[in-house]
Design a protein around this ligand. Structure first.
Ligand SMILES: *Cc1c(COP(=O)(O)O)cnc(C)c1O
Length: 378
């Protein structure tokens, strides 16, 4: 497909309409172009204040932030780490970097996120060192229930809020639950640095340790002294400059995403076989992607919608394929939400759901076209 094709409607593109050029130019002209600089510090401070945590470390990606969080949790070769199955592979890959063993946990039908019931079952079977809970498509997991289950087990909880910056659970922001949280500034996320991420925690000392690892574990002496394996995981000041401009638009972006969701919801209200991913009463979503699910009786399948839209040069996508169904992870255990070994909630969501175009650059007229193409199928 042609990237310059301006008439194509995308799932979610970067929305670059703020001070990005100004701040990036400032960064370039100031000479602070690499991994140190005022924009990195500014972004770290803004995120800490906004999410409501003590300390943050800006990273090259959300994935590297998860890797650092696992290291902070003390995860080593052979350790068990629980991970939500219904997620993007970046939640689980860092478990493999440390040669630890993932155990995948099913979703609950409501929020698509980790099922407390499946987690409870898994805790009777395994003793994990850490658990990675994901806030999928902009909505928080059921944190109270999940955290309570983990309490007393000596488990480090890592919240993968890569998709949920700005969302809340019972009034608290996503990324602030558990011992460590992470967010992503990848190009398709609600705000972007062109690429980047952030580790968040209330434990300042541990975040400092992560920052040390992220800068090649360079000992604080003049000559280059190293006692531990290190990583080149720090965000550049130019990227952070873009991130600072994007952050100024976060609330506006969430409002635009909600506008898109609300218009889909109103338009599909009359279609009994198509339901929006609901937002639970105790949560607010950043509405990163508008997702829908088809009823089991629906004659229209997710691929029919994806193909009909593609014929009109419009991009829609399936739900993330669950990790326990991935060839990469097929040898690792999976714990279902169901008591019988009936498929799983995550597979049902994968089989019947899809993500609709949720690009904030899209006009209402563009969205109306999408809506009428979908309605025509039913
Ligand atoms: C995007 C994403 C990540 C990884 O973030 P990157 O910045 O792309 O490395 C991790 N987890 C989830 C759920 C994501 O959607």
């Amino acid at each position: 497909m042609n990237n310059n094709n301006t008439s194509r409607i995308y799932l979610a593109r970067p929305d670059i309409r703020g001070q990005e050029r100004v701040y990036a130019t400032n960064a370039l002209e100031s000479g602070w172009v690499t991994t140190l600089g005022p924009y990195v510090e500014k972004l770290e401070k803004m995120l800490a204040d906004y999410v409501g945590v003590e300390s943050t470390c800006a990273t090259t990606s959300g994935t590297s932030a998860i890797h650092l969080a696992l290291k902070l949790a003390g995860v080593k070769q052979g350790d068990i780490v629980f991970c939500q199955s219904l997620t993007f592979c970046a939640s689980a890959n860092p478990i493999m970097y440390e040669k630890a063993k993932p155990v995948f946990i099913d979703s609950e039908p409501g929020s698509y996120n980790m099922s407390p019931r499946a987690l409870k079952k898994a805790l009777e079977l395994y003793s994990p060192k850490a658990v990675i809970i994901v806030d999928l498509y902009g909505q928080s997991a059921d944190m109270d229930q999940l955290l309570e289950l983990c309490a007393g087990h000596n488990i480090t909880v890592i919240e993968d809020a890569a998709e949920a910056l700005g969302s809340t659970y019972k009034g608290k922001r996503c990324g602030s639950f558990g011992a460590y949280g992470i967010v992503s500034f990848n190009g398709n996320k609600i705000i972007t640095c062109s690429g980047g991420g952030m580790l968040l925690s209330n434990n300042k000392e541990r975040v400092n340790k992560a920052r040390f690892w992220a800068t090649q574990s360079r000992e604080p002496v003049l000559h280059y002294e190293h006692k531990e394996v290190g990583y080149n995981y720090r965000l550049s000041n130019v990227s952070a400059a873009i991130g600072c401009a994007q952050f100024e638009k976060l609330e506006e972006r969430i409002a635009s995403k909600k506008h898109i969701y609300d218009r889909y919801e109103a338009a599909f209200a009359g279609l009994p076989h198509l339901k929006m991913l609901p937002v639970m009463d105790d949560r607010t979503s950043n509405y990163w992607l508008s997702c829908v699910k088809l009823s089991p009786e629906s004659k229209v399948q997710p691929n029919d919608i994806i193909e009909a839209l593609e014929k009109n040069n419009i991009e829609a996508r399936p739900i993330w394929k669950p990790m326990h169904l991935q060839p990469l992870f097929e040898d690792f255990p999976f714990v279902s939400h169901y008591s019988t070994e009936r498929a799983s909630v995550s597979q049902e969501i994968f089989d019947t759901g899809l993500c609709l175009p949720s690009d904030t650059n899209m006009s209402d007229e563009d969205q109306d076209r999408i809506i009428s193409i979908i309605k025509e199928l039913f």
